[in-house]
Design a protein around this ligand. Structure first.
Ligand code: DAH
Length: 346
């Protein structure tokens, strides 16, 4: 018995040396210590021994078993360690390598320009107002002197929101311009006022390189005592010169907008040809920029301002136009296209 056990133990040690994986180790465990394992069978055979031999044989067997178990366990530990090491070396992370930066995008060119516009007017003492993109028919039209039956409604084709009304039972529209903010601000704050309001506007347009259904405007309004168009001219020269970082000239042409009287259009001197005439300014030396005028008394009175005491002016310009002029962009549809090749340029 003793010799047999010795043999088994030696064989086991030899086997153990050859083991390279945890799976092989498991097989070895089964071979010796499993239910039908070599040692287990020996243990079972004790009962057939003469009584006087049973005790010694039992002790010996138990010792052998323990020593084998111990060896197996030690081997298991060292195998586990080397597996872990192999894994670690595979997953080794060099902390000195430059990091992979996450692409988090950047501010859209229109938002960039909007920030600049807000900054310049902010420095001139203008507050920035916000207004809803879905507004009531009242603020978009009546409140700024465009009654329902007025032909001026045809100037801006609108998207109405079906079957939805504001609390005063007015139909809701996607605002066609930022001018409704004029009425809202006058109503809320009264005179004097000095505000701009940039934002998104919508029109039911036939789309082409210069017409989009969704675009952006900035509204401006100044109301105080003794205000004239001279103030508007000075303000716009200052604003445009700062925005473009060069001396810009402006000129007025007569124009019609229901919420101003007199109404006018403002052009600025073409930046590309310095007024000499080129394709961008259609060889006139001037670029059409915005609508403006002296705020109509009806607009002031509708919001509760005494038009005999206060006067003011307002203007509205397109943000896309500004960006197109500055960067030489030739198609307005690019702004909303989501085309990263376009967006990443700015
Ligand atoms: N709301 C006008 C438009 O979208 C632009 C405009 C013209 C705004 C004259 C004004 C203004 O404030 O006085 O065409």
């Amino acid at each position: 018995m003793k010799q047999e056990l010795q043999k088994i133990l030696e064989q086991a040690k030899k086997d153990l040396k050859k083991v390279k994986t945890l799976d092989e180790l498991k097989d070895l465990d089964v071979k010796y210590l499993g239910r039908k394992g070599l040692l287990t069978e020996k243990l079972r055979s004790i009962k057939d021994l003469p009584n006087e031999e049973k005790k010694d044989a039992g002790q010996l067997l138990n010792q052998t078993k323990k020593s084998l178990e111990h060896d197996l366990e030690a081997r298991a530990k060292s195998l586990e360690k080397s597996v872990l090491e192999a894994q670690l070396s595979k997953e080794f992370f060099d902390t000195t390598l430059p990091g992979e930066t996450k692409k988090i995008g950047h501010i859209h060119v229109l938002a960039q320009i909007q920030e600049e516009v807000e900054k310049i007017f902010g420095q001139m003492g203008y507050a920035v107002m916000d207004g809803p993109e879905i507004d009531s028919e009242y603020y978009n039209f009546e409140g700024i002197n465009i009654p329902a039956d007025h032909p001026a409604r045809d100037m801006q084709d609108t998207f109405f929101i079906k079957d939805k009304h504001d609390p005063d039972h007015q139909r809701l529209v996607l605002r066609t311009h930022t001018s409704p903010v004029q009425a809202r601000t006058i109503e809320k704050y009264g005179a004097p006022l000095r505000i701009i309001s940039p934002g998104r506007v919508f029109r039911n347009e036939a789309l082409d390189a210069s017409h989009e259904h969704t675009f952006h405007q900035t509204e401006g309004m100044l109301i105080d005592k003794n205000i004239s168009l001279g103030h508007l001219k000075g303000t716009m020269i200052e604003f445009l010169s700062r925005l473009f970082n060069k001396d810009v000239e402006v000129r007025f042409r007569p124009g019609y907008f229901p919420f101003v009287e007199p109404g006018l259009e403002l052009d600025f001197s073409c930046l590309l040809c310095q007024g000499k005439g080129c394709r961008v300014c259609k060889h006139t030396g001037w670029v059409e920029f915005m609508g403006a005028g002296m705020t109509h008394p009806n607009v002031l009175e509708a919001g509760g301002i005494d038009s005999t005491e206060y006067t003011g002016w307002a203007f509205g310009f397109g943000m896309e136009r500004l960006a197109m002029m500055r960067y030489g962009i030739t198609d307005i549809r690019l702004f909303n296209s989501g085309d990263l090749r376009f967006i990443r340029q700015f």
